[in-house]
Design a protein around this ligand. Structure first.
Ligand SMILES: NC(=O)c1ccc[n+]([C@@H]2O[C@H](COP(=O)([O-])OP(=O)(O)OC[C@H]3O[C@@H](n4cnc5c(N)ncnc54)[C@H](OP(=O)(O)O)[C@@H]3O)[C@@H](O)[C@H]2O)c1
Length: 270
């Protein structure tokens, strides 16, 4: 330790400036997330469930959230993860729910995954104010304040952190219904917050999935995934999206921030 300080000091004088050392991480698949503490909002089904399952397989401790307590208890039993019942659309409750989660994780969270979300096939001309509010409060308002709380209550104190947003290609290619507007704003937030968080060593990235099997669209990845209307001619599996999340959670991606990893089989390519 003392030796390292002396070497750093000599380097500092020699190079007339700061000292930067790099610890290179390489992928060791089975141990990729060993000892990491991860929170996944909306971890009871679909993409969030697959992320939680895979992270546990790779050695992480995981806490998931969701509204439905029966679903939470079922996944807790199956995956041996921790659970917190939390309706993220109740924006007034966000602060106390994050407090509860931070306490449960012993103030030590490596990665917070903003995954909970809802979809309604609406456009600007058939969406009413209640639909708008429900989608915005869930996909954007809850995510926005949860992100702020996890930064201030945990990551700023730890002097590091990792946030992953689950956005959507509908936020990239443009969709005038509230779902597309909510996801476009998630992408905007990812870019702007990532820049602000660089000095705090907190990274912020997003995954933007294309059409993926889950409860949201009632597709099942055990069935026929063919789809004529998609560029790649098939629907994605939530397991594929979870794989990309593993990379973003892991230290192998620690030089990546402010990026939107589009997982859509080329759907949004021009
Ligand atoms: N599937 C796709 O094609 C697709 C494409 C692009 C992006 N996405 C995004 O991926 C994310 C996950 O969706 P999914 O496709 O995996 O759908 P899903 O299977 O329906 O999962 C949604 C999860 O979010 C939870 N959730 C919903 N509303 C919530 C709320 N108000 N508070 C807390 N938890 C809530 C659900 O649990 P409870 O019901 O128990 O609350 C569930 O665990 C969403 O953000 C979605 O927009 C999905």
């Amino acid at each position: 330790m003392v030796k390292r300080y002396i070497k750093n000091f000599i380097d500092y004088i020699k190079h007339k400036g700061g000292v930067t050392h790099l610890k290179i991480n390489q992928i060791h698949s089975e141990k990729m997330l060993e000892g990491k503490n991860i929170v996944v909002t909306g971890g009871t089904s679909g993409i969030g469930y697959e992320i939680a399952k895979k992270a546990i397989d790779l050695g992480a401790n995981v806490l998931i959230t969701g509204r439905n307590i029966d679903k939470l208890e079922e996944v807790k039993k199956e995956l041996k993860c921790d659970i917190v019942q939390w309706d993220i659309s109740k924006v007034d409750l966000v602060k106390e729910k994050v407090e509860e989660i931070v306490k449960r994780m012993n103030e030590n969270i490596d990665c917070f995954i903003n995954n909970a979300g809802i979809y309604m096939p609406l456009q600007y001309n058939n969406c009413n104010v209640d639909d708008w509010n429900e989608i915005m409060d869930t996909n954007l308002g809850g995510l926005y304040f949860a992100t702020r709380e996890i930064i201030t209550q945990c990551f700023e104190k730890m002097k590091r952190g990792n946030i992953i947003m689950v956005a959507s290609i509908e936020g990239i290619r443009g969709m005038d219904g509230p779902y597309g507007v909510s996801k476009a704003n998630v992408i905007h937030l990812t870019h702007s917050l990532a820049k602000k968080m660089i000095d705090k060593k907190i990274r912020v990235n997003a995954i933007a999935p294309g059409v993926t099997c889950s409860n949201i669209n009632h597709f099942d990845d055990k069935g026929n995934l063919y789809s004529q209307s998609l560029q790649g001619k098939r629907i994605l599996s939530a397991k594929e999206i979870a794989d990309v999340a593993m990379f973003l959670i892991s230290n192998s991606s620690k030089c990546i921030t402010g990026q939107i990893l589009t997982c859509d089989n080329g759907e949004t390519l021009l």
